[in-house]
Ligand binder design. Structure first.
Ligand code: VG1
Ligand code: CO
Length: 544
């Protein structure tokens, strides 16, 4: 049996080049006639999924999610794909999608603009993950962009009405549409990794936690795992219903945007533990009672305590962090005698290292942490990891982090974001900084010797592929670092990210305030870049 297929003429789009994590644009851009279809056709052409192989499709539930999934299902059938697996209601968190793909699919399409706001006047996004469950590498996305810029037609099948809300198989002969519970397989995976008994006992013993799903995808996952399987009281999960516009919020788990959670964890009668996740469920923020854990520290603490968790009891093969992430985990890796890889920003760069078994844990400063259990960063996984460590050590989050600093030293770290800068001004900042790089090594700036300064280039140790121009770095002999790079996830102008880090090794000074400890380094970075005069911005939009 074959479906009736319509071949629709389209004009190519030159702006369909995926960034750090898929193609992200304003929702209104995706609503242009043929825009979504053009990109999906390009993806399917490059993915070349054979009949009999499965394609996983799901998204974070934002505005346009359901319509886009309908279109993708029809286009999949129009392109000869015979098996599509969709999360019920079109919902799948990014890590859950990664897990489903790894169960034997050829790949998956994930609809999300992650931490970007959603809604009719927000952002939408789409990305492709390959059979390993991870974001497609640059070699793939470059081909997709070329294809999208050259397409003249796309193929859609006329399907009978189908139901995305009914779990089960709808068989059209030429297409098997399989709607699955979005939570079940993921929750089962988590039970195989962590000591649920110990976490359950911790909670039963009065340990109080709060999880803020920010009206995004993790609500149903957190309710099932934290409340139903681990026995946390009903109401532990707040903002737990996924909404198409995330309740008007900005689903980015940080101190600025997760305000409900922050207010509670820093207020009177604060719970012992707080966590939040982002739009598509791959980011995490961890809070203790009146205590914030930086994502870079979180990765280091998890690495140092990994053997307390059943899945990692045998130790770690290695770890990796993105270049702008603080070097806190490097110190742990050195102590453990395992390799530590430094990759460009974006989860796709961890894929080969994970597949090759060279790393077990990895993370980014942007609230992303993960392991070899899937090929995406994983918000709830990080929360469960922390709960497992807290249960095993019998200490509070704050005690665990302070003990870590005392043992390994502390990497003071902050990030300044300048959002929506005119692209020309942003390029000028980078050009100005780049022009000085060659002359910096050997100079003494602010009392520190510059050891090296470069535009970060990464050679993948597994396949040898090279990714150049991944951010400007000024590295000092004492471990201090200043990094400038342009964001690849924004949809309005250009976002400049400036990262500042310095290391303090002695026990007493590890308790200094972040602001004053980093003040000199920040001042130096701002002066060298001349960012204020090029962008006419006296202060950053967001400080993380
Ligand atoms: C940002 C972060 C990066 C992260 C990416 C996707 O990219 O810095 O670390 O991997 O977002 O995160 P950029 O290019 O804007 O700095 V999310 O949760 O899409 O999936
Ligand atoms: Co995300």
């Amino acid at each position: 049996m074959t479906p009736s297929i319509t071949v629709v003429p389209t004009s190519p789009f030159a702006d369909q080049r995926p960034g750090t994590s898929g193609l992200r644009k304003r929702t209104t851009v995706f609503q242009q006639p043929h825009y979504l279809e053009n990109f999906v056709q390009a993806l399917l052409d490059i993915a070349a999924i054979a009949p009999g192989q499965a394609l996983v499709v799901g998204g974070d539930g934002r505005f346009l999610n359901r319509e886009a999934i309908g279109t993708i299902v029809r286009m999949a059938a129009g392109n000869g794909i015979t098996h599509v697996v969709v999360g019920r209601g079109g919902l799948l968190s990014t890590p859950a999608a990664s897990h489903l793909i790894r169960q034997g699919a050829a790949g998956g399409i994930i609809l999300s603009a992650s931490h970007n706001p959603g809604g009719a006047d927000g952002d939408f996004g789409i990305k492709y993950n390959t059979a390993n469950g991870g974001p497609a590498p640059e070699s793939f996305t470059n081909k997709v962009a070329e294809r999208a810029a050259a397409l003249t037609e796309y193929r859609v099948a006329e399907l009978p009405a189908f139901d995305l809300d009914a779990v089960g198989v709808q068989d059209f002969g030429y297409l098997k549409l399989e709607v699955v519970d979005p939570v079940a397989a993921y929750a089962a995976l988590m039970e195989t990794l962590f000591d649920f008994g110990a976490i359950r006992a911790l909670i039963a013993g009065g340990f109080r936690l709060r999880f803020d799903a920010m009206h995004a995808i993790t609500g149903p996952y957190a309710v099932e795992i934290l409340e139903r399987r681990l026995g946390a009281p009903v109401g532990t999960v707040i903002n737990g219903t996924p909404l198409p516009d995330f309740g008007g919020g900005h689903p980015d788990p940080n101190l600025t945007y997760a305000h409900d959670l922050v207010e509670e964890l820093f207020g009177d009668n604060a719970p012992d533990f707080g966590a939040a996740s982002d739009g598509d469920g791959d980011r995490n923020m961890i809070l203790g009672q009146r205590f914030f854990v930086t994502p870079s520290d979180s990765l280091a603490v998890l690495a140092a305590n990994a053997t307390l968790v059943p899945a990692y009891r045998g130790g770690l093969a290695g770890v990796a962090r993105s270049m702008p992430t603080s070097a806190a985990v490097d110190v742990v890796a050195e102590r453990l005698g395992i390799p530590c890889f430094e990759t460009p920003t974006g989860w796709k760069f961890f894929g080969n290292l994970l597949d090759a078994g060279r790393i077990t844990l990895c993370g980014e400063e942007s609230f992303g942490t993960g392991s070899n259990h899937v090929r995406e960063k994983d918000g709830l996984w990080a929360v469960l990891f922390w709960l497992n460590v807290v249960a095993a050590r019998g200490e509070s989050v704050e005690q665990i982090v302070r003990a870590h600093w005392a043992e390994y030293g502390r990497n003071y770290y902050t990030r300044y974001d300048y959002e929506g800068v005119p692209t020309e001004a942003a390029n000028s900042v980078m050009a100005h900084l780049r022009s000085q790089l060659a002359s910096l090594p050997g100079q003494v700036l602010g009392g520190r010797v510059v050891k090296a300064a470069d535009d970060f280039s990464y050679t993948d140790p597994v396949d040898g592929s090279v990714s150049a121009k991944q951010g400007l770095r000024i590295l000092f002999a004492d471990g201090t670092r200043i990094v400038f790079r342009l964001s690849g996830t924004g949809t309005e102008g250009t976002t400049i990210r400036a990262y500042f880090e310095t290391i303090v090794v002695d026990r007493k000074h590890a308790e200094y305030p972040v602001d004053s400890t980093l003040a000199e380094v920040i001042k130096l970075g701002l002066e060298l870049s001349q960012i204020a005069s090029y962008t006419l911005r006296a202060t950053p939009t967001v400080i993380v």
